[in-house]
Write a protein that binds this ligand. Sequence first.
Ligand code: LRH
Ligand code: MN
Length: 424
Amino acid sequence: MILNKAQIDAHNEKRLAQHKRAFDFVSGELPDAEAIIRKLVDFQVAIPSWALGSGGTRFGRFSGGGEPSTLEEKIEDIGLLHQLNRSSGAVSLHIPWDIPKDAQAIKNLATDFDLKFDAMNSNTFQDQKDQKLSYKFGSMQHVDKAVRQQAIDHNIEVIKYGEELGSNSLTVWLSDGSCFPGQLNFRNAFNNTLESLQAVYAALPEDWKVFVEYKAFEPNFYSTTVGDWGQSLLYASKLGDKAYTLVDLGHHLPNANIEQIVALLLNEKKLGGFHFNDSKYGDDDLTVGSIKPYQLFLIFKELVEGMDARGMNHATDLGWMIDASHNVKDPLEDLLQSVEAIMLAYAQALLVDSKVLSDAQLNNDVAGAQEILQSAYRTDLRSLVAEARLRSGAALQPLQLFREEKIRQQLIGKRGTNSIATGL
Ligand code: LRH
Ligand code: MN
């Protein structure tokens, strides 16, 4: 392990007095800081195995060096993140980018880092070198039944890997769609996709869930066969109780009201999980909370309110995952900032007094309602999130410790500057 308890303790020791001052001041002002801290300690975010290297775009890729080039090294990097913030306790794998050659060994290594396996991700949006039939014109929507069957078989194979690792959910994102009017029969594409998903659904183990991830566009630029929350909800409703929708924040058309979509999917008991990231234009996969932090807060406000209304367990009843790609930031620093943004938005949402807000809404007190939301959003809860880390044995300032210990330089020392991580 690159990092040990003594290094974390020394880091915290130097910052304890300043932290206590901030924490005592803020917590003293809050109705129930302890309740919020307990929830923060329990809240774990899954780290995508495909976002531990420099992604890049079609215009270029700029590696920062020291990237993990094996699944073992990826587990080590996610383990390091979890040591630093004790809020990254799960791995979301992408197949075939990260096939566990020895599942038991990978499971043991993950356990050493106190990591679990969250949703498995299938991939029928790329052609693998040994693949018989191409997905150029789609996978589950394809006009050729043999191509659809190939996609179904792949998803069933992914479920098998997940069972070996102790995962209990599958995320299906289909890049299927069309680039030009006339290219596709929308009704046939929908019916083929539903029939294919039904075959995958039938292969789901009893305690598993399947998440249908929607996306407005890219790589298809005229239609996408699972293009928005309504289409995903249609599939999930027709599939059955083990099927849910998955909300990737970057998969919406500009100015979509994602917090309203979240509220309605929760209301329908069909919200399965998230791919957290941020974006200004398209599926930019930027650091969570780096562009629209108020939207992230509003989404968590709907999550807390909607989950409480259904008596759901915040930590375990939805899939909390990051889906990011790094072009100019160190991948691990970017992920540390994303987890911090998620914990802060969750903490602020927990601060909203839903009873008082409901009274304002029932009295059409519009300005009053905004005051309630914005006073929560404008409350600096960084010391509470830090206190939750301290109590979990993590670092008060994970990004600072990552830099103080020159961890990227250590990784470059171990892995070199040209190691490449599979993924985006
Ligand atoms: C598609 C997506 C999907 C993943 C991929 C890595 O844009 O969000 O969740 O499979 O990114
Ligand atoms: Mn995604």
